[in-house]
Write a protein that binds this ligand. Structure first.
Ligand code: FO1
Length: 320
């Protein structure tokens, strides 16, 4: 690992968008992408790793841009045949996507680690940026709701995020170890740690909950900068705003600042939330106002560049 890296913590579709922008801003040796694995689950005996695969498909330009997950140009013969025989059809597996799940499951069953499979697959798909799962142990994000405890994918896909959320749990987290590749990058003078605009509760929290992760990130002395996933009171994608409302929090950039207060050095908020900057600054963090809504590649690159510059300014004057 070389020094001076930007280490990006990413989960879900919003995270992958900023990561794509970062890959157009910096050379691969200046980046390390850490993906959330709390969404991972076994389906039909296959190990599915959605947040890692979303980054892999996005960086290899194979991703379906409308859906944000899975591959473009997919066919759905497997799902059609599965429906014919009455199998579970709540989780859509495209025919090409299926090859990755079958391949990964076979490699894991033969002793490969999630990190090894991720490195191999991203390599063969032409990705040079290192992508590492947050840990190689199994962690399952559970969503506690008024209707009981649901696995993340049951909550997010089967139930379409409808149940009222009361809390979260990360089963297996106590046995998780921060990915060694991340630990070595953190010890090699990273330039910054960027928390992508992912859901703070189910995409970022599992990463930060890995024992030792928060300390390792802060001990790196690199500025920790988050990009708010909430713009103007709503999430751009996914259930973050609904979860915040159900947890009794206002869905605002200020609440995101409060959520990360004491851990991050800077927060990037959207222009729509510029009026919140003084209140957020009073929470002891620096604030950068930028366009955080990423509609096209240019927006992704622009936001990535602003985030990297912001972090560079912080590392200049960061006493810690
Ligand atoms: N999300 C859905 O809303 N519906 C699906 O049928 C679905 C299938 C799917 C298959 C593979 C994969 O990697 C992701 C998939 N996702 C689907 C997204 C997945 O639920 C992710 O966890 C979300 O992107 C949130 O991180």
């Amino acid at each position: 690992m070389s020094a001076d890296r930007i280490i990006a913590l990413s989960g879900g579709v919003g995270g992958a968008k900023l990561v794509l922008g970062l890959t157009h801003t910096l050379p691969a040796e200046r980046l390390l992408v850490v993906t959330n694995t709390g969404d991972d689950f076994d389906h039909f005996g296959l190990r599915i790793c959605p947040d890692t695969d979303t980054v892999i498909y996005t960086l290899s330009n194979l991703a379906d841009k409308e859906r944000g997950w899975g591959r473009a140009g997919e066919s759905w013969n497997f799902m059609e045949a599965m429906r014919e025989i009455g199998g579970a059809d709540w989780f859509n597996l495209g025919d090409r996507d299926l090859a990755l799940h079958v391949y990964r499951t076979d490699r894991l069953k033969n002793g490969a680690s999630p990190s090894e499979v991720t490195a191999y697959v991203s390599g063969v798909l032409g990705i040079t940026v290192p992508i590492v799962p947050m840990c190689d142990q199994s962690v399952a994000t559970m969503v506690d709701t008024a209707e009981g405890r649901l696995t993340f994918q049951h909550y997010f896909v089967r139930e379409q995020c409808a149940p009222k959320v009361t809390g979260f749990a990360f089963v297996g987290i106590e046995k998780a170890l921060p990915n060694p590749a991340l630990i070595s990058a953190l010890r090699d003078n990273p330039a910054a740690i960027v928390i992508a605009p992912s859901n703070p509760f189910v995409s970022v929290a599992p990463i930060l909950a890995v024992p030792g992760m928060r300390d390792a990130l802060r001990e790196s002395k690199a500025p920790i900068v988050a990009v708010s996933p909430i713009v103007g009171g709503e999430a751009l994608k996914g259930p973050a705003a609904k979860m915040m409302a159900e947890l009794g929090m206002p869905a605002s950039a200020v609440e995101i600042a409060r959520h990360y207060q004491g851990f991050i050095d800077g927060l990037v908020i959207d222009e729509k939330d510029a009026h919140h900057a003084p209140e957020i600054a009073d929470m002891g963090m620096h604030v950068e106002v930028a366009q955080t809504v990423m509609n096209d590649l240019n927006d992704r690159v622009e936001l990535a560049g602003r985030t990297v510059e912001f972090a560079a300014r912080l590392s200049g004057g960061l006493e810690r």
